[in-house]
Design a protein around this ligand. Structure first.
Ligand code: NAP
Length: 476
């Protein structure tokens, strides 16, 4: 692997913090020190904002076909350097290497798809009420856009936002999570290599509260797209008021996975393994609650336990590994706390009870049954390799249990009857529903939630709309 990029990208230049302060980046699997990234100050954040403002007119008015070519090139470079990029993701994030390769390919898809979408930002002509008037609607980039991203998909969460923003003609500033900034800086290098002009993409690292409040307070920044916790999302909503800033919020989830009595149980368990244990359970669309018809609950549990037992916990660089470490000790403590409260509340540990006393970031996968809506483990996003199972008797009860959460991101439903599945899916209060499917995210589909999982969409034509504003021309 070439030397890792560990400086911030501001106005096309790689910069250290003016103060010389840095933030260490470590490998969650080994504790090894990987690099130090700059802890920049507010003046440097303002400089990044100004450089995005300066770069805006030329980028916005560049022919869409040319913007598309640069985006396409970024996606191609990601594919060409997928091994290097995947290794970097695993080193700083911990997920198994094959999942990191999947993340790189998924990210490249967004650049490719939005490069194709950039040339299709069509306006409208609307018939007016009078013979001598014309009504035109233009779609224009909103302006300077900013992104704040989490550590669980270090390159994908950034790619989803950056590709849509650049396709729309916006310029861009991003703050990656401090645990995983190196993948984002790698993407910055590819942007430069692809010929993106200076200032169009800026990448800043440092204190989250300072950078966040500076971006939110700036009248130059017209839009902020955030992926992360609901708690920080609510703070950003409050901070957006003073500048009436447009937001896209991809927040937390509490995904139910409903198994009906007519489901193909082998297929359901196959989907469950992917939907639950991917990224050690640290994804916003990971299954949080398995809701299983009581007549098939025992068989489903037995099959799930058998498949779960075969999972290998270890360093993501080891090709045998199926579950890597949790991102840090705080994440482990949170999962252990949730497990202990489930144990105290009377849930039954079918597998992995030893995780209640885990002192390592490598948590063994857990399966718990007899889970009830009153328990903390039902209400909170677990963000760990823990499967919880509750049972139901009727479709109406399954719907009520599935909707019993403040979140509304992803839900899953397994059934052998499409009409029954559709009738239930229509009643699930979620932005996305996988029917006999847990691999639900794709560049051409609108990803996003309702309720306290946020608003706005990433991916699909709807994803680009989030970076556009309408201008109506009335011509007499
Ligand atoms: P988080 O604590 O909210 O952090 C996310 C990002 O926000 C980080 O870059 C963080 O930086 C930054 N941040 C923290 N405080 C801030 C502030 N006051 N102002 C501005 N930015 C601030 O979330 P996380 O624990 O890293 O990520 C996990 C969460 O993300 C889960 O809830 C998960 O469901 C959600 N998620 C949602 C989606 C989706 O598409 N809906 C996708 C992936 C993850 P610092 O770390 O430096 O504080």
């Amino acid at each position: 692997m070439k030397k890792m990029q560990s400086l911030c990208l501001i106005n096309g230049e790689w910069r250290a913090a003016r103060s010389g302060s840095t933030i260490p980046v470590t490998n969650p699997a080994t504790g090894e020190h990987l690099a130090d990234v700059p802890q920049i100050d507010q003046e440097q954040v303002l400089e990044a904002i100004r450089s995005a403002e300066t770069a805006l007119p030329a980028w916005q008015h560049r022919p869409a076909r040319e913007r598309a070519q640069v985006l396409r090139r970024i996606g191609d470079l990601l594919q060409e350097r997928q091994d290097e990029c995947a290794q970097l993701i695993t080193l700083e994030q911990g997920k198994p290497l094959r999942e990191s390769l999947g993340e790189v390919s998924y990210s490249a898809n967004y650049f490719q798809w939005f490069s194709e979408e950039a040339v299709r930002i069509y306006g409208e002509i609307i018939p007016s009420d009078s013979a001598n008037k014309r009504i035109f609607v233009l779609k224009q980039p909103i302006g300077v856009a900013a992104a704040i991203t989490p550590w669980n998909f270090p390159i994908a969460m950034l790619a989803r936002k950056m590709a849509a923003a650049l396709a729309a003609g916006c310029t861009f500033i991003a703050k990656p999570a401090p645990e995983t900034p190196l993948s984002a800086l790698f993407l910055g290098e590819l942007c430069q290599e692809a010929g993106l002009p200076a200032g169009v993409v800026n990448l800043v690292t440092g204190d989250a509260a300072m950078i966040g409040s500076t971006l939110m307070a700036s009248p130059i920044v017209k839009k902020v797209s955030f992926t992360g916790s609901t708690e920080v999302g609510k703070l950003l909503i409050r901070q957006s008021a003073d500048t009436v800033k447009k937001l896209t919020l991809e927040l937390g989830g509490n995904a139910p996975f409903v198994v009906l009595d007519d489901a193909d149980l082998e297929k359901a368990v196959e989907g469950a393994i992917y939907g639950k244990y991917r990224n050690a359970g640290q994804t916003c669309i990971c299954v949080n609650r398995f809701l299983v018809h009581e007549s098939v609950a025992q068989t489903f549990t037995d099959l799930l336990v058998a498949r779960t037992r075969a999972l290998v916990v270890g360093n993501g660089l080891d090709e045998k590994t199926s579950i890597g470490p949790l991102i840090n000790d705080a994440a482990r403590d949170k999962v252990v706390g949730i497990l202990q409260s489930a144990s105290n509340d009377g849930a039954t540990f079918v597998l992995g009870q030893e995780a209640c006393a885990a002192t390592s970031r490598f948590i063994p996968p857990v399966v718990i049954s007899q889970v009830k809506p009153s328990m903390r483990i039902w209400k909170e996003e677990i963000f760990g390799p823990v499967a919880t199972i509750a049972t139901f008797r009727t479709d109406a009860e399954a719907i009520a249990l599935a909707n019993d959460t403040q979140y509304g991101l992803a839900a899953y439903l397994y059934s052998g009857s499409l009409s029954r599945a559709l009738a239930i899916a229509e009643r699930l209060e979620y932005g996305m529903v996988g029917i006999n499917d847990t691999a639900i995210s794709a560049a051409q589909a609108p990803f996003g939630g309702i309720k306290q999982s946020g608003f706005g969409r990433e991916g699909s034509a709807h994803g680009i709309e989030d970076y556009l504003v309408l201008k109506y021309l009335s011509v007499a």
